[in-house]
Ligand binder design. Structure first.
Ligand SMILES: [Zn+2]
Length: 198
């Protein structure tokens, strides 16, 4: 089953293939909805209370309202532990660009559902990740697109995105999917995020 996240330039539904072992990589410029989309998918995953997530984010507090204990990407080490029931984990790295090469091998590629976000593909080119199979969606803004996005909307590729990236206009999201602010976080969750530090 797929969770829909938006529409491709040629009008097809695009989403997260929940049964696929391939990581979902979301690329796009700042403000195109990468974190929002990743949060939406995480909320969907956690709606089944038998499942859990391991979140690594540049700004852990943006995730503090969700049932997870976000950490900075520097903290990534085997996220899927022995106590994790098979199939129960979703691993999210919000801002792959911060993950140094030595940590890439800790990604549970093919072992757990994985969602990654990145500003662009260039910073990932040549890194081990792209040698493996990923489903890459490039988020674009349909209105007031910048020239590179206008070209994408015309069906052209984009040099700073991985080859095979599918351009997607993300669906509008509600406030619960937007990055969380300090005053929106439950007190306990904020203490956890605060302890991790920025
Ligand atoms: Zn787990």
């Amino acid at each position: 089953m797929d969770v829909r996240i938006g529409t491709t330039v040629d009008g097809r539904a695009a989403g997260f293939a929940t049964s696929s072992a391939r990581p979902l990589l979301l690329v796009g410029d700042v403000g195109r909805g990468k974190t929002t989309t990743a949060r939406y998918l995480t909320r969907w995953w956690l709606a089944n209370t038998r499942r859990h997530t391991h979140v690594y984010a540049q700004a852990p507090s943006e995730w503090a309202d969700l049932r997870c204990e976000p950490e900075h990407p520097d903290q990534l080490e085997d996220p899927v532990g022995r106590d994790c029931r098979p199939g129960a984990c979703l691993v999210v790295v919000d801002d792959m660009d911060l993950l140094d090469d030595s940590r890439i091998s800790f990604l549970p590629l093919g072992r757990a559902r994985t969602i990654l976000t990145s500003h662009g593909g260039n910073s990932l080119a040549g890194r081990a990740l792209l040698d493996s199979e990923v489903d890459c969606l490039g988020l674009v803004r349909p209105d007031h697109a910048d020239p590179a996005e206008a070209a994408v909307l015309d069906g052209q590729g984009r040099l700073d995105w991985p080859i095979g990236t599918v351009a997607v206009i993300p669906d509008q999201r509600g406030p619960m999917d937007f990055p969380c602010h300090r005053w929106q976080a439950p007190a306990g969750a904020w203490a956890v995020a605060g302890a991790v530090g920025r």
